[in-house]
Structures are given as C-alpha cells and as structure tokens.
Design a protein around this ligand. Structure first.
Ligand code: MG
Length: 397
C-alpha cells in the first residue's frame, strides 16, 4: 500500500469557553491509502497549532511537515508504522509540537494496518512485544469536572451514581482556588454523592504548581474520603516537587502523566516523580506506540498505567488498545460529559456493559467508525495562505 492522502480536520462547537473541557473542539486526522483503506486518529492538543505541523512550508531539513513526510510512503506492516514514526519525528526535529500533532496520524496508521491484517490493534501490539493477546475488561470511571460549589458537585456525583457508574473522577474547576475547607467540602460532596461503595478520584488540575507541601496536606485531608488517587496536584514538569511529594508517602496515592508530551517526560515522572499511577494520552505523546512503551515501563516499575482521555470515543479506542491486555491495569478514564461534537463523533461509542465494564472492540484496527454525517456541521474549514499562495485548504468530509 502507498499513503495517498493525510488530511487534518478542525471541528469545533459554536461557542468555546474557558472551562477545562477538551471536548469543545478537536483535530481529526484521516490517512488514506491507494487500496481504499483509510484510518482515523484524534489529537488532544491545540487543533490549529497541530494542523500547522501537517502543512507548514519547510523551513530547513529539520522542519518538514507531517504530510510531506508521509505521502507516497509504503505502509504494509507494523514495522512500517515504526519506520514512518522515526521519519516524521526526524523530519520534524525542530517542530516543538511534533509529537502532539503526529499522534493523530500515528493512530490512523495503526488503524489502517489493523484493517489490512484483519486484527485489532491490541493484537498487533501483543505480537510486536511477544506478550499475551488476551484482552481484559476495564472499569470505566466517569470523568467530569467539579461543580462550582460543593452542592453542585454533590448533584453531579449523585447523577453519575444514578446512571450506574461505580467510579468517577472529579477535577479542575474550584479545586485549589479558595481555601482548604472548600477543597475538602468538594471532595466530601463527591464522596457523598457517589456513595461509599464507589471509587472516587480527585484531579487537582495542576493547581499547586511546585508547592508540594500544600499538595501533601490536601492528600492527608482527603484521605478520610478514600479517593483512589490525587491527580496532578503539581505542574506537569515539576518533577522534583513530585519526587519530594511522593517521598513523603502521602495517604492518598499520587497520579500524573497526562502532560507527558514525549515518552521521556513520562519516564521522568515515573522514575523521578515516583507516581503510583501514570496517565498517558495517546493523542498527545505521539500515538499508540510511545503510549505502549510507557505501559511497559509502568509494568517494570510495578505502578499502574491508566489512559488519559478527555475527547471522543475515537480517542478512547486508541487509548484502550494500548493496555487492553494487562489485567491489573483495570481502570479506564471514560469521558462521561463531553460536548455534542465529542459524543456524536463515532457511529458506535463504547457501551458500559451489563456487568459495568467496558471492553475493547474485537474488530480490525481501532474498531470504531467516524460518523462523518453527524460531525459535518461542526467542521470549521481552514485555508492557509502564505505570500499569496494557498499552502493548505481543508478537504471536505
Ligand atoms: Mg487530569
């Protein structure tokens, strides 16, 4: 097969707000081959900045856009995906958002190879790594933002409980913005709304920066509500502060990693940050393979790998294939309150099954199809002109 086209698509909701809701817009990437097979991927980063990485005119030999690197290339096997990833990253050596942007194309390449070889992506990863190809169900945790107040948070939590969720994560919003009493009231409301049997997770949304003492105090204060973890209490690159925090052995385990733009950053937060849960976004770190490598590192270090997914079920699919075959990595971040755009993006979202679990789809590739009709109203056509020449014009869906 030859790669015939690499098309990024910018989609957005009519109104974009400052809420920490990454489903308000998105960048999809479609890769087409000369056999008619096509694949899709989704990036979780600034869509238009990432789009530029697909089409910016060459600056020199270390700034070559992703489309130029991929179009015309041979794509027949998983080895080709690895080879092309090397080429794209080498050609984009001096493009700072190269991993973020390339994530969408990398995921699409895996989707195509899975379809060609008639295997789910997780099976291809198992073959490559010589590990088990048995997939295990995951417990989905609903991933939502805190309400503006403890009362609003209680309302959200009890609603999730009524929907049958056995686990939920509450994040961002007012957490850390006021005083300790308010922070504690927010977590109490989440616990009371979800009930004592459920798992709750707390996402502090990087609010304490490098202040690991405050993060430690909050972890101790939240322990009475038994959260599974305290997530991102500190800035993504505050590795020394993470190390100092985890050295104090807080009563609530620390989770982080969604800010890892590269495998190396994830390694840093595992090895030097000492986190108990590492959370990786396949749509940021460069796609499925670097995510899988972090999963393997987590296995070596005896910590738990969890996906970070706050996009559509296309992103959920790519995340799930990465760790489907590890029975112990049993938690799945499951977008539960995304925009209409994110909810209509695939034709058949992953259901929470009757046993309360979510399973990877036993279908070739990622196992999801894009609902192009449903998302077309959200398409915001982009045209980029430089010096009077059109360097990019978005293909219609
Ligand atoms: Mg988070």
């Amino acid at each position: 097969m030859k790669i015939k086209a690499v098309d990024p698509f910018y989609l957005r909701m009519p109104n974009i707000t400052t809420a920490a809701d990454g489903t308000q817009d998105t960048l999809l990437v479609r890769v087409r081959t000369d056999t008619g097979l096509e694949g899709w991927g989704e990036c979780d980063a600034s869509p238009l900045v990432s789009m530029a990485v697909y089409c910016c005119p060459m600056s020199h030999g270390n700034i070559i856009d992703i489309r130029t690197s991929l179009i015309g290339e041979t794509l027949d096997s998983p080895d080709d995906v690895l080879r092309l990833s090397e080429k794209v990253l080498r050609n984009g050596l001096d493009i700072q958002q190269i991993q973020h942007a390339y994530s969408g194309a990398e995921i699409a390449l895996w989707d195509i190879i899975g379809k060609k070889l008639d295997k789910p992506v997780y099976c291809l990863l198992a073959e490559l790594s010589g590990t088990s190809d048995v997939a295990h169900p995951k417990l989905p945790y609903a991933s939502v933002l805190f309400g503006d107040t403890p009362e609003a948070t209680y309302h959200i939590a009890s609603g999730l409980r009524e929907q049958g969720y056995r686990a939920a994560k509450f994040g961002w919003g007012p957490m850390g913005k006021f005083d300790a009493a308010n922070d504690i009231a927010l977590v109490r409301a989440a616990r009371e709304g979800m009930g004592t049997d459920a798992q709750i997770m707390i996402d502090a949304g990087v609010v304490w920066g490098v202040d690991y003492e405050t993060a430690y105090q909050r972890a101790e204060a939240f322990a009475q509500f038994s959260p599974t973890w305290l997530e991102e209490p500190l800035a993504p690159d505050a590795i020394e502060a993470y190390g100092a925090l985890t050295q104090k052995d807080p009563s609530v385990p620390i989770a982080a990693g969604e800010g890892s733009n590269t495998y190396r950053m994830a390694e840093d937060i595992i090895v030097h940050g000492g986190v108990a849960f590492v959370q990786i976004d396949a749509g940021r770190i460069g796609g499925i393979m670097p995510s899988f490598q972090v999963r393997q590192l987590a296995e070596q270090h005896g910590i738990q790998y969890v996906n970070h997914t706050f996009k559509s079920h296309l992103s959920l699919a790519s995340s799930l294939h990465v760790f489907a075959t590890n029975r112990d990595f049993d938690l799945l971040e499951y977008p539960a309150a995304g925009s209409e755009l994110s909810q209509c993006l695939v034709t058949e979202p992953f259901p929470v099954e009757s046993d309360g679990m979510v399973r990877v789809k036993e279908l070739p590739g990622l196992g999801v199809d894009i609902d192009t009709e449903a998302i077309r109203p959200y398409l915001a056509p982009v045209r980029i002109e430089v010096g009077g020449d059109t360097v990019f014009e978005q293909t219609l869906l």
